[in-house]
Design a protein around this ligand. Structure first.
Ligand SMILES: NC(=O)C1=CN([C@@H]2O[C@H](COP(=O)(O)OP(=O)(O)OC[C@H]3O[C@@H](n4cnc5c(N)ncnc54)[C@H](OP(=O)(O)O)[C@@H]3O)[C@@H](O)[C@H]2O)C=CC1
Ligand SMILES: O=C(O)C1=N[C@H](C(=O)O)C[C@H](O)C1
Length: 271
C-alpha cells in the first residue's frame, strides 16, 4: 500500500486526486492540506472536497501533516511558489514528491531541482499520457518536416487559470525549438501592431482563456500548400489525475533526482 498526502484538496486537481485515490486499491490517503486560513482546515478532507468522508483531517501545513502520518509520497497541484515550499518539506523528511504545478520562474525551477538532490521528484506540466505522446510526436514532426514549415503553438484553458502560456504549451515550444535547433530567443509570445514578415526561425506561442475549457493544445506546422495540425483536447481532469497517481506509484523508492513524465512512461526524453 502506498501512503499519499494530497495538497490543495479543495482545488480543481486536488479534489480530482482525492476522488481517484479513494477508488485506487493500492493507495491510501493519509494526509491532506489546504491554504492556511482556508475554511476547510480542520474538516474531514473528503467532506471538504465533496467526495464523502475519508477520515483524514485537512491540515494547513504540509510539514506538520507529514510529521503526523508516515507518508511515502506527496502529490501537489497548487502553484509554483507553494510547490517549491512543499518540495522542501518533503526533502527534509525523505518523502517523494509529485509536482503538477505550472508557472515556474527560473529561480523556482532551480529551487525544485535543489530539493530533488535529496528526494525523488516527478515534475511535469501535464500528466496526461495522451499529451506526453503528443509532445513526442510534435518533436518528431518538427524534425522530419524541418525548416520549411512555420511552427505555432496555440493553447486554450478555463477562465480561472492563473499562468500563461500554459506549462504544456511552454514545454511543447521548448521541445519543438530543440528539435529544430532553435533557442528560447526564437519563441514569440504575442503579436500586435506593425510586426513585419514572420522571422523564419520564430516559434509562436498563443494563449486563449475562457469558460470551463479543461485544456487544449494545438501545434500548427504551416507549409506551402499544406498544413498539419496536431491537437490534444482534455475533456476531463481525470487523465491528469490518473497520470499523477501513476507517477506517484513509480517514484516511490527511486533514487533522488528530478524526473519527468517521460521517465514514468518509459519514453526517451525529447529535450
Ligand atoms: N501537470 C498537470 O497535468 C496539470 C497541472 N495543473 C496545474 O496545477 C496547478 C493547480 O491547478 P488547479 O487545481 O486548477 O488550481 P486550483 O486553484 O483549483 O487549486 C489549487 C489549490 O491549492 C490551494 N493552495 C494554495 N496555497 C496552498 C498551500 N499553501 N497549501 C495547500 N494548498 C494551497 C488553493 O487554495 P486557494 O484556492 O485558497 O488558493 C487551491 O485549493 C496549476 O499550476 C495548474 O496549471 C493543472 C492541471 C493539470
Ligand atoms: O491549469 C490547468 O487547468 C492546466 N494546466 C496545465 C498547464 O499549464 O499546462 C495542464 C493542463 O492543460 C491543465
Amino acid at each position: 500500500m502506498i501512503r499519499t498526502v494530497i495538497t490543495g484538496i479543495t482545488g480543481r486537481m486536488g479534489s480530482t486526486l482525492l476522488r481517484l485515490s479513494r477508488d485506487a486499491e493500492d493507495l491510501r490517503v493519509v494526509g491532506a492540506t489546504e491554504r492556511p486560513g482556508s475554511a476547510s482546515v480542520g474538516l474531514d478532507a473528503g467532506l471538504a472536497a465533496r467526495i464523502g468522508a475519508l477520515e483524514v483531517q485537512v491540515s494547513d501545513d504540509l510539514g506538520r501533516a507529514l510529521d503526523a502520518a508516515k507518508a511515502d509520497v506527496v502529490i501537489d497541484f497548487t502553484s509554483a511558489e507553494v510547490s517549491v515550499a512543499h518540495a522542501k518539506a518533503c526533502a527534509e523528511r525523505g518523502v517523494a514528491f509529485v509536482c503538477g504545478s505550472t508557472g515556474f520562474s527560473p529561480e523556482a525551477a532551480q529551487a525544485l531541482a535543489e530539493s530533488a538532490k535529496q528526494v525523488p521528484i516527478v515534475a511535469a506540466p501535464n500528466m496526461s499520457v495522451g499529451v506526453n505522446l503528443v509532445i513526442r510526436v510534435a518533436a518528431e514532426l518538427a524534425r522530419v518536416l524541418g525548416p520549411g514549415f512555420d511552427v505555432e503553438v496555440l493553447e486554450a484553458h478555463h477562465r480561472m487559470k492563473k499562468d500563461a502560456p500554459s506549462g504544456t504549451a511552454l514545454r511543447l515550444a521548448e521541445v519543438l525549438a530543440s528539435a529544430l535547433g532553435r533557442t528560447q530567443d526564437d519563441l514569440t509570445f504575442a503579436r500586435h501592431g506593425q510586426i513585419g514578415a514572420r522571422p523564419a526561425n520564430e516559434i509562436g506561442v498563443q494563449t486563449l482563456r475562457g469558460g470551463d475549457v479543461v485544456g487544449e493544445h494545438t501545434v500548427y506546422f504551416f507549409g506551402e500548400g499544406e498544413r498539419i495540425e496536431l491537437t490534444h483536447r482534455a475533456t476531463s481532469r481525470d487523465q491528469f489525475g490518473l497520470g499523477a497517481l501513476r507517477a506517484a506509484r513509480w517514484v516511490v523508492g527511486r533514487p533522488p533526482g528530478l524526473y519527468d513524465m517521460a521517465d514514468v512512461l518509459g519514453f526517451q526524453r525529447t529535450s
